[in-house]
Every structure is written in structure tokens, then in C-alpha cells.
Design a protein around this ligand. Structure first.
Ligand code: F6R
Length: 242
């Protein structure tokens, strides 16, 4: 695992966007793994700017979201399908039919999870996965205790995560309790993983997954076993590292 400490979220965004741009120039039909939450937003801004300014081309690329809430009505502004569309894919020339997310409104949840795994495999697997990390060490919505072998499935959110995400909703009561999420095994199949963390509120989780033991209690720690994992931190997120 390569850990890079940078001077703020703009520098982090530039480095992550460089990796995506290099990939797209080498492999125009690249498969991008898309995280939601606040941390990757500057990366999406940077990629949208490069598309606008330099013609960075996404016309043959595809994207797979990491996760989705269960129980939000279709088109809800905080559903991750909508967030991915609004924050990133609508701003570049990726084809809407090439942007995928787990179907949190499916009647057959296990079937929808299997179909999502099959869709990722049919696309050839994820080339570059962008990740954030939760204050409890989760990646995607694999909360502490998640199996390292897990695939896309339904999970309950911990109260800590619901509280962390309440800022996106009118009240804590509106934050769904369940999500569909790629598993840790799914994420580990991505060929390159870039995890971004900014702010002091992530410092303990960063220390745990970078320097602590690989243990299910800290899901992001599995990235220590990934053959090509890059961790981009600002100084606050890196402040608890030894
Ligand atoms: C979102 C996701 C989550 C977030 C994490 C950090 O798709 O998978 O793991 O990356 O909760 O969220 P932020 O970036 O809002 O602190």
C-alpha cells in the first residue's frame, strides 16, 4: 500500500484525476469504480474540468457505483444513483447506459446483488476504484465485522454511519437503515484502488487501516493485501500516523 500525504483536497483531486486520465488515455473503455460521499467530490470536479477544458474523453468508459441506499423512492436526490449522476456522470460524456449502481429498489434483493456482480464481471472488472473511508473504517458500506470475502449484498448501517450521513438528509430519521454495497471481495478485485481521506475526523480510521492489523473490525485494513492500493491523505487525515 502506497501512502501519499498531500497539501489539501485540491492536490489530492489532481493526483487521483491524473490516475484516471492516464488510464483513460491508455484504455478508453476503462471501467471506473465510483464512490459517493463528500471526499471524492473534488476529484469529480477535476475530471469534469479536464473534460470541459482538455476534452478528456469518457465516451467509451463505464462506471459502477459502490453502493446504494435501500428504500429511497426512485429519483430521490440523495440516492447514490442520483448523486453519481449529478456530481459526476452528467458533467462528462460518459454514456448514461454505461453508468451502473446496485438496485436498492429491487423486489428481489439477492437477485439484484447477483446481477450487479455479473454486470461488473461482464464489463471486464473495475480498472480504477475510487474509495472514501468511514470514521469507523468502512469502505463502501462494509461496516466493521464484514467478511473479507464478501460480495455485493444488503447490509445494515451502524448508527455512527447514519449519524455521519445525516448531513445529507433533513433529519437522522430520514437516513435509511439498509444499503446494498459491493463487498470487500468485490472491491479487492479492482485492479487499482485509490482511497482518499481528508480531515481530522478520519485520522483514527486512517491510522487503524494503514498501521493496524488486518482485521475485520477495520474493513479498510484489507487494502494492506491489495497489490495496487494508493492512499491519498491530507495532513489532518494523516495526523495520527506514526
Ligand atoms: C460512499 C461510500 C462510503 C463513503 C464513506 C466516507 O459511496 O461508499 O464508504 O466513502 O462513508 O464518506 P465521506 O467521504 O462523506 O466522508
Amino acid at each position: 500500500m502506497e501512502v501519499v500525504i498531500l497539501n489539501g483536497s485540491k492536490q489530492i483531486a489532481r493526483l487521483a484525476a491524473d490516475a484516471a486520465e492516464d488510464l483513460l488515455r491508455r484504455k478508453p473503455d476503462a471501467v471506473l469504480g465510483l464512490a459517493t460521499g463528500s471526499t471524492p467530490l473534488p476529484v469529480y470536479d477535476e475530471l469534469a474540468a479536464r473534460h470541459e477544458r482538455d476534452g478528456l474523453d469518457f465516451s467509451r468508459a463505464s462506471g459502477f457505483a459502490l453502493d446504494e441506499y435501500v428504500g429511497l423512492p426512485p429519483g430521490h436526490p440523495e440516492s447514490y444513483r442520483e448523486v453519481v449522476r449529478r456530481e459526476f456522470t452528467n458533467r462528462v460524456n460518459i454514456r448514461p447506459e454505461n453508468v451502473h449502481g446496485p438496485d436498492g429498489a429491487a423486489a428481489d434483493i439477492p437477485g439484484a446483488c447477483r446481477a450487479y456482480e455479473e454486470a461488473i464481471a461482464a464489463a471486464g472488472g473495475v480498472d480504477l476504484q475510487i474509495l472514501g473511508v468511514g470514521t469507523d473504517g468502512h469502505i463502501a458500506f462494509n461496516e466493521p465485522g464484514s467478511s473479507f470475502a464478501s460480495r455485493t449484498r444488503i447490509k445494515s448501517l451502524l448508527e455512527q454511519t447514519r449519524r455521519d450521513n445525516a448531513r445529507f438528509f433533513s433529519s437522522l430519521a430520514d437516513v435509511p437503515h439498509h444499503v446494498l454495497t459491493q463487498g470487500l471481495g468485490t472491491i479487492m478485485d479492482a485492479r487499482h484502488v485509490i482511497l482518499l481521506a481528508t480531515g481530522a475526523q478520519k485520522a483514527q480510521a486512517v491510522r487503524d487501516f494503514v498501521e493496524g492489523p488486518v482485521a475485520a473490525i477495520c474493513p479498510a485494513s484489507i487494502l494492506q493485501f491489495h497489490p495496487h492500493a494508493t492512499v491519498l491523505l491530507d495532513e489532518a487525515a494523516a495526523s495520527a500516523l506514526k
